[in-house]
Design a protein around this ligand. Structure first.
Ligand SMILES: Nc1ncnc2c1ncn2[C@@H]1O[C@H](COP(=O)(O)OP(=O)(O)O)[C@@H](O)[C@H]1O
Ligand SMILES: [Mg+2]
Length: 259
């Protein structure tokens, strides 16, 4: 397996955000992490990417413990993410945002390369080419030179995915990638995530769009109030009584309100 969470607990001061969470992500899978707001999904992403350590338990990636490993090192090991609240460099254009991701795999580093030292020109050309290819891959070639803070919401989300891919991850974490998207954008996103998996990248995604989760994921893990309540095939989780009560039931109510 690629990612393994063993007895993960997390407290913030007196508040227990996660308790005894266990699950695994196998190489080549798309795994969905679902649960109501506040369940602890983003907290799991923050621990996997080294932003803060778990209070209890172990996270291992490709057979190696991530305990005490700093975020930049975790990126180097091959884990990349996008954020629930988009975090692009707003004043930079789309290409430069992707280049920032590329430079985790180069020697020069992004800011040094801006100084254009002679030995770095070739590397810079390669980075430019890679950024262009990634923008094409996510369908954003036409806005390569546009400032990222002026892009449409769905475009910004896809740009974040391109930046994450630029770090050449083995595992990609997507935190609510379809949030705020209209139906046609969500459909394009699902195709994009499939293509990413077909490239050999494993995906763990947090998402509220049940159509997306159920159609795309090989496995689904549901947490509620920091505790795992179901895990398994999408059908199994979707029909699990605890999940229906905790999550899907709420969705139905929301749907009914919007109907
Ligand atoms: N950095 C933090 N400091 C304090 N509490 C936090 C922090 N991050 C998350 N929490 C709390 O942990 C719980 C889970 O949050 P989160 O992981 O963001 O939920 P989800 O992503 O499932 O909506 C919430 O009660 C939230 O307020
Ligand atoms: Mg969240």
């Amino acid at each position: 397996m690629l990612l393994e969470l063993t007895n993960i607990g997390k407290s913030f001061g007196g508040i227990t955000a996660l308790r005894d969470v266990n699950f695994t992500v196998n190489e080549g899978e798309i795994v969905g992490l679902i649960g109501p707001n506040g369940a602890g999904k983003t907290t799991i992403f923050n621990m996997v990417t080294g932003i803060f350590p778990p209070t209890q338990g172990t996270i291992s990636f490709a057979g190696r413990s991530l305990n005490g490993v700093p975020p930049h090192k975790i990126t180097e090991l091959g884990i990349a993410r996008t954020f629930q609240n988009i975090r692009l460099f707003g004043h930079m254009n789309a290409t430069d945002n992707v280049k920032v991701g590329c430079h985790t795999r180069t020697h020069a580093g992004f800011w040094n390369s801006l100084l254009r030292l002679p030995g770095q020109r070739r590397e810079e050309r390669e980075v430019q080419k890679k950024a262009e290819e990634l923008l094409e891959f996510v369908g954003l070639s036409h806005i390569a030179d546009v400032r990222s803070d002026t892009l449409a919401y769905g475009q910004q989300r896809r740009l974040e995915i391109a930046r994450a891919l630029a770090t050449e991850p083995k595992l990609l974490l997507l935190d609510e990638p379809a949030a705020g998207m209209i139906e046609s954008e969500t459909k394009d996103l699902m195709e994009l995530v499939s293509k990413i998996r077909d490239m050999g990248i494993t995906v763990l995604l947090v998402e509220h769009d049940m159509g997306l989760v159920m159609n795309l994921c090989d496995k689904v893990v549901c947490i509620n109030f920091g505790v795992k309540i179901a895990e398994g095939a999408p059908d199994h989780v979707q029909n699990h009584p605890d999940v229906i009560e905790a999550y899907l039931g709420k969705e139905d109510e929301q749907d009914a309100e919007h109907a």
